[in-house]
Design a protein around this ligand. Structure first.
Ligand SMILES: Nc1ncnc2c1ncn2[C@@H]1O[C@H](COP(=O)(O)OP(=O)(O)OP(=O)(O)O)[C@@H](O)[C@H]1O
Length: 322
């Protein structure tokens, strides 16, 4: 490919949404959602039941029309040409339905012939890796077997964009690990992935960026590299503690008075730990616990509507907008 052209193609975001909204009468399933996903991203979508994740995905594929805002998938407007979008995207719905009268092998053949990027051999190899017996009729498959078959259908075509809505639902831990490995392989082959899941560890292990949806709104966006720089320390102390001015941008401190002579401190940190540890070392602390921040902490604070106190050098202001 002409190198100038390839640079231009790379510059087009795989996904860009601007103020995307979906209303059903008075109810807002999605409100003012703006997201950008770039080539090579593995982009996680997190949020409680009913947060709007599937609504967002279905708008991107043109199955639903937004009531406000707009979006482009690989430069294509799904409202104007949803078929063109679906040619470029492999999509695993949360409730994948497959023809019950067909055997697994027949389903793989049917879908690989139908999709422009379809590759029957690849779908068969994936089914094998997922330890699926494709000789079984769909109607006689267990829920997990049907999920494996749907995954083999969707992971087979090498589309530039892959959207997976809860791909590991109903799967045992070994198969889950295989699915996550296949997602990472897709990324390594230059594909872009959007992954919705309720399993925080899966998002932590695979995604480089994560969006938290809450009540139809994009409540928080996070780069995983920032998360890995965050830590939380809890400890007991007999004196009130103050954060030195030099560490103000890196440390957030919460103090709870337990008695006349005892306080519990919670110190949330971001960025380089060395200067923070030097400061902490001067404090009369006991019962010190130190742990990485983890997606769970962020998820809980977004879910309960708290605003994150932690700031990073890269994003000095909290990015939660509730
Ligand atoms: N056709 C519809 N009419 C009215 N409300 C709808 C319709 N479809 C979805 N909703 C509502 O929109 C909200 C968002 O639903 P959505 O399926 O996008 O949530 P989700 O984040 O994918 O949830 P889950 O994690 O449970 O799959 C929900 O409150 C749902 O009840």
């Amino acid at each position: 490919m002409n190198s100038k052209l390839s640079v231009q193609i790379d510059a087009v975001p795989v996904l860009s949404c601007n103020g995307l909204s979906k209303r059903y009468g008075d109810f807002s399933a999605l409100s003012d959602c703006s997201v950008r996903v770039d080539r090579g991203d593995v982009y996680g979508l997190l949020g409680p039941n009913g947060a709007g994740k599937t609504t967002l995905i279905r708008i991107l594929l043109g199955f639903l029309h937004p009531t406000g805002g707009d979006c482009r998938v690989l430069g294509i407007d799904p409202v104007a040409d949803s078929v063109a979008v679906r040619r470029q995207v492999a999509y695993l719905p949360g409730d994948a339905r497959l023809p019950r009268h067909m055997k697994g092998e027949g389903v793989l053949k049917f879908f690989s012939e139908m999709h422009p990027f379809g590759e029957l051999d690849r779908s068969r190899r994936i089914a094998e890796q997922l330890e699926l017996n494709t000789k079984t009729r769909v109607a006689f498959m267990s829920t997990g077997m049907r999920q494996k078959l749907a995954l083999a259908v969707v992971l087979g075509p090498q589309t530039p964009f892959l959207i997976l809505d809860e791909p590991t639902a109903n799967l045992d831990p070994t198969v889950r690990a295989t699915v996550l490995r296949l997602v990472m392989e897709a990324r390594d082959h230059g594909r872009t992935v959007m992954l919705s899941s309720h399993v925080l560890s899966e998002i932590e292990d695979t995604c480089n960026r994560v969006a938290f949806l809450r009540k139809g709104r994009l409540a928080h966006e996070l780069k995983m590299s920032e998360l890995f720089q965050r830590h939380r320390m809890t400890a007991l102390t007999s004196v009130a503690v103050d954060v030195p001015e030099a560490l103000n941008s890196q440390v957030s401190l919460q103090t709870t008075r337990l008695s006349e002579t005892q306080y519990r401190v919670q110190i949330d940190t971001s960025g380089d730990l060395a200067p923070i540890l030097t400061w902490v070392n001067t404090l009369p602390l006991s019962h010190v616990r130190f742990e990485p921040f983890g997606l769970r902490t962020i998820y809980d604070s977004v879910h309960t509507g708290e605003i994150s106190q932690v700031t990073t050098a890269a994003s000095p202001e909290p990015t939660v907008v509730l």
